[in-house]
Design a protein around this ligand. Structure first.
Ligand SMILES: Cc1ncc(C[n+]2csc(CCOP(=O)(O)OP(=O)(O)O)c2C)c(N)n1
Ligand SMILES: [Mg+2]
Length: 381
């Protein structure tokens, strides 16, 4: 198991129920065991580490990382607006607050590696390089969308970008990604399979079967648990007996890490270690990324299971602000450069809305395409 270069943020170790009282937050079922006072020193230590890492990276990479994080943030704010106006239908799960996870992880892999995630997938598709036009058009259910308007928010898919979805069934992507890793190993392509899922998926049996097979058969698969501490309105403490998710890997002899998901470069570093393990040794890794979603579970979440104070406490470590502050601190970008980046992002997002509005609806006969590899006789007639 590889060593972290800096001390990881403290994993949850308090029994359920004691955590929020200790954190001074109103008593809820929250699993949030983070005491900001207690951890301030550690946060400062992490920020210093982010500053050091910045020195090791080139300007282009750093600016691309910030651009992608800001793009996801602004894109989703726009998507929320369009949803409220009734232009986007069905389910829509925002990624705001978690941007550092997808961007940090996907900045550390090859273009031909495979990526899969859950229904909270806009950020991963954008970070993988699917255009904002195609993602927005998909949200609108239009023919110009990356899934030709037939998948919607939860089922983004982009074969060219090696992005294999967008999955609505909790945990369904985990065995699929394990199979993709098996295929890569079998064919000897050197590709790695990365799969993202929420902490609520950790209780699914398929995850444990996948972990067992991945370690047993030495598969190049990286399992990313985006622990945002809630599965819909249910807190981790109410749903999981052992809440330190990274420990679950021990049952399978698998390497694991616990990473601060608000620090994009920490996620990138941990991913790079896991990629090396997968590519050089053909071994899987579980990475538990502690993060937090600033918005509701979906656009229709009344949000009465957590307090505003709890959300605000996490917003103090907004991953986008944390990183842009670090770039400013290190003199990589000044206010004018950040403003210019924001303007480019806004133009890209505005363009995506125009593209989505103008894109046609899928043709009726498209109902029958891409459903079966070998359609049954008479199908679609
Ligand atoms: C097998 C299955 N059970 C239940 C659901 C309903 N459901 C949708 S999202 C969700 C919560 C998942 O939470 P988590 O895995 O932590 O991901 P997050 O939404 O926090 O990103 C549930 C229970 C589902 N889609 N699939
Ligand atoms: Mg969750």
């Amino acid at each position: 198991m590889s060593e972290l270069k800096v001390k990881p943020l403290k994993p949850r170790d308090q029994p359920a129920g004691q955590a929020t009282a200790a954190a001074g937050v109103a008593e809820t079922d929250s699993t949030d065991a983070i005491n900001p006072e207690e951890l301030r020193e550690e946060h400062e230590q992490r920020q210093q580490h982010q500053h050091q890492q910045i020195e090791e990276l080139d300007q282009e990479t750093l600016q691309k990382i910030l651009y992608q994080m800001v793009l996801i943030r602004r894109f989703e704010e726009k998507a929320a607006e369009a949803y409220t106006l009734g232009k986007i239908g069905g389910f829509c799960h925002l990624y705001i607050g978690q941007e550092a996870v997808a961007v940090g992880a996907l900045s550390a892999i090859r273009d031909d590696d495979y990526v899969m995630t859950s229904y909270r997938d806009h950020g991963h598709a954008l970070a993988r390089g699917t255009s904002a036009d195609e993602v927005m058009a998909e949200l609108y259910g239009k023919a110009g969308g990356c899934s030709a308007g037939k998948g919607g928010s939860m089922h983004l898919f982009d074969r060219d970008a090696h992005f294999l979805g967008g999955h609505g069934i909790v945990g369904a992507q985990i065995p699929l990604a394990t199979g993709v890793a098996f295929a890569a190993k079998y064919k000897g392509t050197g590709q790695v399979s990365l799969v993202f899922f929420g902490e609520a998926a950790v209780n699914q049996g398929a995850l444990h079967e996948s972990f067992n097979m991945a370690q047993l058969w030495k598969l190049p698969c990286i399992y990313f648990c985006e622990n945002n501490q809630y599965g819909m309105g249910t807190s981790l403490a109410r749903a999981m007996s052992l809440q330190d998710v990274s420990q679950k890997a021990h049952a399978y002899g698998m390497a694991s890490e616990f990473v601060d998901g608000m620090d994009v470069l920490a996620v990138r570093e941990a991913t790079a270690r896991a990629v090396a393990r997968a590519r050089d040794e053909s071994l899987p890794t579980l990475i538990e990324v502690r993060t937090y979603r600033f918005m509701g579970h979906s656009m229709s979440d009344p949000g009465n299971y957590r307090t505003r104070a709890e959300i605000e406490k996490h917003q103090e470590r907004d991953p986008v602000k944390l990183f842009s502050d670090s770039l400013k601190h290190k003199g990589v970008m000044d206010d004018a450069a950040i403003k210019e980046l924001e303007n480019r992002v806004r133009a890209e997002v505005e363009h995506s809305v125009k593209f989505a509005e103008e894109s046609p609806l899928p043709a009726p006969e498209e109902l029958y395409t891409n459903v079966y590899a070998n359609p049954p006789r008479g199908y679609g007639q």
